[in-house]
Design a protein around this ligand. Structure first.
Ligand code: PLP
Length: 446
């Protein structure tokens, strides 16, 4: 009987990432049939309010957007893909020009890829080939990343990542990578106050560069706002100090905006909140609002020009149909003023979450910006003790049963809807959160 069933066929023929295979076999994959706006309809016909942008935080304009689909269609029937190397198409160049306008500082040269991991791989190659090509650091091969970082699942990006969920174990990763503490909010392993810890983390970078040998360190990479344990927003001072240290030692600053870009934090790029200029910036996900697989790397004219011959290529780099999707996404976000609206919605939602949830005994911290918030849990408010991981997952599951999709991220639950989310959607999410926490936490005696 099950053979004709989509879930059973999926189990027979698909490989499922990250999750325990036995779990998928037991529970079945989640079937998604269709979507409009922020509502998706599952395989049983039940509607869900997607407050987590298809879990990956990519779908920043909801489902069924005909303007984006039409822009892609029009381009696909005209010229869907023309090749790569020195071949360009109109939508690709238009996109490169828009990115030069929208990205901060002197970033003006784009290299296109098919997703976040490829963007990170390309950024690292730009950094290394710049160091050699410019003659500044002919032997530089080391990259410094951070604890709890997520930069992707391909070999190089995986080495920069600090998540067992995508690591080959046991397996030595790409050599030359070292990791320093990340500026986590609310709790950190040393029990320091938040600002003190941010300062410690930034200064650690200088010590690490000295320890590794400045002439060997090509780049430092970091997510401007980190996802690990939910929406980690460091201080402006943290990023300014990191920028200062990178400049002092000729270390390329790679800002990985893959998850933050195009409005997630209420700015085109999260980097803007911190007033810094990266040397290299990666982006993907919301670049096309999930309508096409595409990523990009931006760098400056000076860096691009110092690479005599960029030894790198991807077949689908600059794909015209994907670029048409990205151009439509940018046009919609500009026309509808969605970036500024996202910032204002974030202020509203944070206040509502704090108002309704702060006093619950299992809620340790509530933070967020734009359309990206986290409720961080604890089993003891005074000591900030870690919550029972099953409790965090059970609260997210309970919210799903109430028709609101959110994402468990370590000790926290994140809310990260598309930029079309309304105040009513946020209000409904706050109510579902409260109902789910109250219903579940008592099972864990909190
Ligand atoms: N970098 C960051 C900051 C990310 O959040 C992700 C994915 O979540 C990646 C890179 C990898 O992107 P992809 O999954 O498209 O390869």
């Amino acid at each position: 009987v099950l053979k004709n069933d989509l879930a059973a066929q999926a189990i027979d023929h698909c490989i499922f990432p990250i999750i325990d295979a036995a779990e998928v076999k037991r529970d079945g994959p989640a079937i998604v049939a269709s979507g409009t706006g922020l509502t998706i309809i599952d395989g049983a016909g039940k509607p869900h309010l997607d407050m987590i942008s298809a879990y990956t935080r990519a779908n920043s304009l909801g489902y069924g957007n005909q303007e984006i689909a039409r822009a892609m269609y029009d381009q696909m029937v005209k010229m869907h893909y023309a090749g790569t190397v020195s071949i360009v198409t109109e939508p690709m160049v238009q996109l490169a020009r828009s990115l030069a306008e929208l990205t901060p500082g002197k970033l003006s040269r784009a290299f296109f890829v098919s997703g976040g991991s490829e963007a990170v791989e390309s950024a690292v190659k730009i950094a290394k080939q710049y160091q050699v090509g410019s003659g500044k650091k002919p032997h530089a091969y080391k990259i410094i990343s951070r604890w709890n970082a997520y930069h992707g699942a391909t070999a190089g990006a995986m080495a920069l990542t600090n998540h067992l969920s995508v690591a080959n174990t046991p397996d030595p990763a790409m050599p030359g990578v070292s990791k320093i503490p990340n500026p986590s909010c609310y709790r950190n392993p040393f029990g320091m106050a938040e600002d003190e810890y941010f300062e410690f983390c930034a200064n650690y970078l200088e010590q690490q560069i000295l320890h590794e040998g400045p002439e060997l360190v090509a780049a430092f990479i970091g997510e401007p706002v980190m996802q690990a344990n939910g929406t980690q927003i460091p201080s402006k001072a943290y990023w300014q100090r990191v920028r200062e240290i990178c400049s002092k030692y000729g270390v390329m600053l790679i800002i990985d905006e893959v998850i933050c870009c195009f409005g997630r934090t209420g700015a085109w790029f999260a980097t803007e909140h911190f007033g810094i200029e990266p040397d290299i910036m990666t982006m993907a996900k919301a670049l096309t609002a999930g309508y096409a697989p595409m990523g990009a790397v931006m760098t400056t004219e000076a860096i691009a020009d110092a690479i005599p011959h960029f030894r790198h290529v991807h077949t689908f780099s600059g794909h015209a149909g994907c670029a048409a999707a990205a151009n439509a996404v940018i046009a919609i976000k500009k026309r509808e003023g969605l970036i500024d609206k996202a910032y204002d919605n974030g202020v509203y939602f944070l206040a509502a979450l704090k108002d309704k949830l702060t006093d619950l005994p299992s809620v340790g911290d509530i933070r967020g910006i734009g359309h990206w918030h986290a409720v961080d849990f604890t089993s003891n408010k005074k000591t900030k003790a870690l919550p029972e991981p099953r409790m965090v997952k059970a609260i997210a599951d309970k919210m799903k049963s109430l028709g609101v999709l959110v994402g468990a991220a370590g000790t926290a639950i994140e809310v990260a809807p598309g930029l079309i989310a309304t105040r009513e959607d946020f209000d409904r999410t706050v109510d579902a959160f409260k109902e789910a926490i109250v219903a579940i936490a008592k099972d864990y005696e909190i």
